[in-house]
Design a protein. Structure first.
Length: 276
């Protein structure tokens, strides 16, 4: 037999053996199709593009950055915005579902489940994101909800409608941080609204009576009209209402500037601080 023919037959046999084992791997679900990988690649890139275009440098964020005069503060705030975007990409439900679909051609085994989580964790590590509790975003969200409810010492029935407005890990992180940082607020003195109202009404009556007297005497009363009532509370602005208002403003800025949250949703989310 010709030597080249023997080589050809041997090569053909090797290919048949390889094809047999490849077919066996595919049938038993130990292979991922190239098309699956390409589909995931497109899905992942679309997710990245969507987040960067829609969540980073929104009108609110851009206006904030343009208002900064200090270069260092600009770098800090911009870095926070980018990290928030990467956080959202890393914990995207679409990305996780895409990974599951990519491994979909493999039979469901413990090995497959481990490989999915490993692949997902590698993406998070590549983006510089570390999980708080678990690899899966859904479990992190449940942890956040539990921690917020526990810290507020309330029930899910009471704040569930607000929690449902929180969509992104960055938002959950900001909300929980605000609640934990202002745990002392409830112990601050509360304003006596009735006393303040009565004092203000008394001031307005005296003011109006003074103006009428000056008018009667044909004397100037413009300066009296400019007078405004000022509360003389001993604790100044360090009280429950004013401190809570300040913390709400900080949380609102974190949501709209760092997380790229829409203004209407941010206004809804900050109401959770009223349950402190």
């Amino acid at each position: 037999m010709d030597k080249s023919l023997r080589y050809y037959q041997r090569f053909t046999l090797i290919q048949k053996i390889k094809t047999f084992y490849l077919g066996k791997d595919v049938r038993e679900g130990r292979r991922i199709y190239k098309d699956d990988v390409e589909r995931f690649n497109h899905l992942f890139l679309d997710q990245v593009k969507s987040v960067l275009l829609e969540k980073v440098l929104t009108g609110t964020q851009l206006n904030h950055l343009l208002s900064l005069k200090n270069k260092k503060q600009f770098e800090i705030d911009f870095d926070l915005m980018i990290k928030a975007a990467l956080w959202e990409i890393a914990y995207s439900n679409d990305v996780y579902k895409g990974i599951e679909q990519m491994f979909g051609s493999m039979a469901m085994t413990l090995e497959k489940d481990t490989e999915i989580k490993k692949f997902y964790k590698n993406i998070q590590n590549a983006l510089g994101i570390k999980t708080l509790i678990d690899e899966e975003k859904s479990k992190n969200i449940q942890w956040y909800r539990y921690e917020i409810i526990k810290t507020l010492e309330t029930t899910e029935e009471m704040v569930g409608y607000i929690l449902d407005e929180i969509k992104k890990p960055c938002e959950y992180d900001s909300v929980l941080g605000s609640i934990q940082n202002c745990s002392y607020v409830s112990s601050l003195p509360k304003r006596d609204r009735k006393a303040i109202y009565e004092a203000k009404q008394k001031f307005e009556r005296v003011k109006q009576k003074t103006i009428e007297g000056l008018k009667f005497l044909n004397l100037p009363y413009d300066e009296v009209e400019k007078k405004q009532y000022a509360s003389k509370e001993e604790f100044g602005w360090v009280n429950y209402e004013m401190t809570l208002k300040h913390i709400k403003r900080v949380l609102y800025d974190d949501l709209t500037i760092i997380c790229g949250t829409g203004k209407n949703r941010a206004n809804m989310i900050i109401k959770i601080l009223e349950y402190i």
